[in-house]
Design a protein around this ligand. Sequence first.
Ligand SMILES: Cc1cc2nc3c(=O)[nH]c(=O)nc-3n(C[C@H](O)[C@H](O)[C@H](O)COP(=O)(O)OP(=O)(O)OC[C@H]3O[C@@H](n4cnc5c(N)ncnc54)[C@H](O)[C@@H]3O)c2cc1C
Length: 442
Amino acid sequence: MTLDCEVLVVGGGPAGCAAAYWLALHGRDVLLVERSTYPRARVCGDALTPVAVKELADMGCAPDAAGWHRHRGLRLTAHGRSLEVPWPQDGRWPGYGVVMRRSRLDALTFARAQSAGARVLTDTEVTAPLIAHGHLRGCIARRRNGDRARRSGGNDAGGRDGSGNGGADTADAEIVARARYVVIANGPSSRFGQALGTARTRTYAQGLAMRAYYPTPRHREPWIESVFALADRSGRQLPGYGWIFPVGDGTANVGVGLLSHHDGNEAISLERLFEQWTHQIPDRWEIDPGGPHSRPEGGRLPMGGSVRPQSGPNWVVVGDAAGSVNPWNGDGVGPALTTGRLAAEHICRALATDDGDELRQYEAELASRWQRYHHLGRLTTRALGRPGLMRKLTQLAIRSPRMGKLVVGISTDLIRGGSGPAGACNVYRAASGLARLRRDRS
Ligand SMILES: Cc1cc2nc3c(=O)[nH]c(=O)nc-3n(C[C@H](O)[C@H](O)[C@H](O)COP(=O)(O)OP(=O)(O)OC[C@H]3O[C@@H](n4cnc5c(N)ncnc54)[C@H](O)[C@@H]3O)c2cc1C
C-alpha cells in the first residue's frame, strides 16, 4: 500500500506528536507513524518542569486533567541537608510542574495530534528511509497485525475525514509512505536518522538512567526530590542523582541517573547503583525498597545537542533523535516538545515558500536557543565527572536557598535568555561567557 502526505513524522513520542500537532494545526497534511499502540509505557522519570508544562498547555493539553500530579518545586537533598526550591512565580512560566506517567502523557499528546487533523498509523514500524535518485522521499514501514490495532482503541490510521486512508486489515502489511518533508522523532537510537547520516558526538557525555514505581503513602507530596548521594564502591560521589517523583496515584517514580563520563576507574553497573539507591531513599517517603510495583527498567539519554546534523535537504531530527536532552538534569520531554514545535514551524515555512533551505534555519534556531546553554552544560557535566568536584558543587548548591534557586533555575532551563531574577541571569551570563573561552572535546 502506498500513502502520500506532505509531511511524514517517524515516531509518536512527545517530539513526534508535538511536530504532528503543530503541522496539522497549520493545515498541513501530516502522517505520523508509530510502532506501538497507545496507551504504552515509555521508560521515564515522568517529571515535567514548568518549561514542559508550558509546551503542553500551548498544545491544549489541560493541566487539570486526571493523572496530572502537580508539584510546587524541587527538593534538593545532599550531605544530610534538604532544601526546597519552589518553581518561580514570576508569570514567565506556569508556577508548577507535573508528574504524569508516560502511558498517559504520550496518549494525550497523540490524541492532540490526531484531533488537530494528523493521520496516524500505529502498530507500524518504520523499517527504512525511502530513497529515490539520492533523495529522501519518505519511508518504508511494516504494519503488524492491522486487525488487532483497529480493535485496540481506535488508534488506527484514518484520513482527516476518518475514511480509513491507510488503515490495513491484513497482518504485516508493507506500507510505502511518500512525503515532501520528514520529521525524524523515533527516540534515542534513531536508525532512520543514522541512515541519513546523523551521528552522536561520542565525546559528549550521555545520561544513563533506571526507574521503577514504588507504593508510598506520600504519593501526593507537592515536591519532587533529587538526592545527591550516589557513590562508587570506594565511596566517591558519582556525577548523578537518585530521584523520588510522586505520581499521585499511590506510587512514586523512583530512579537513578548517571553521567556516562566519570573519571573513576570502576565500571559502574546501573542495576547495582539502582539497588544501592533504593536503600538510601529518605525515610519520609515510607518506601519499602523490597516492594516495587514494577521491575526496574533503564535507558539512555542523548544530551546537549550531541546528534548532528539536525537537518538535511528535506528532513529534520527532533527530541532524543537529535540528542536534545538537557545535559544539566536529564529532562528530555520539554526539549522534545519544543524541538517538535520548532520543526513544524520551519517545515510550514518551507512548504509555504517552497524553499527547503528553510530547514537550515531550524538548525540555526536550535543553535541560537541552546548552543551556549548546552556548551556550558557539557563543560559542567565533564567537570562533574572528576572525583571530588561533584561533592564540592553539591555542597555549594545546598548551602543557601539563594544558591539552590540559582542551581535549579539554571539546570531546569528557567533562567536562560535573560528570563529570571536579574542576579541569577548575571551569574548565568558570566558563566556562559567564560565557557565560550573553553572548547568542547569534539
Ligand atoms: C530512566 C529515564 C528517566 C527519564 N526521566 C525523565 C524525566 O523525569 N523528565 C523528562 O523530561 N525526561 C526524562 N527522560 C528523558 C525522556 O524520556 C526523553 O527525552 C523523551 O522521551 C524524548 O522524547 P522523544 O519523543 O524524542 O522520544 P521517545 O519518547 O523515545 O519517542 C520515540 C517514539 O518513536 C517510536 N519509534 C521508535 N522507532 C520507531 C520505528 N522504527 N518506527 C516507528 N516508531 C518508532 C517509539 O515507539 C516512541 O514512541 C528520562 C529518560 C529515561 C531513560
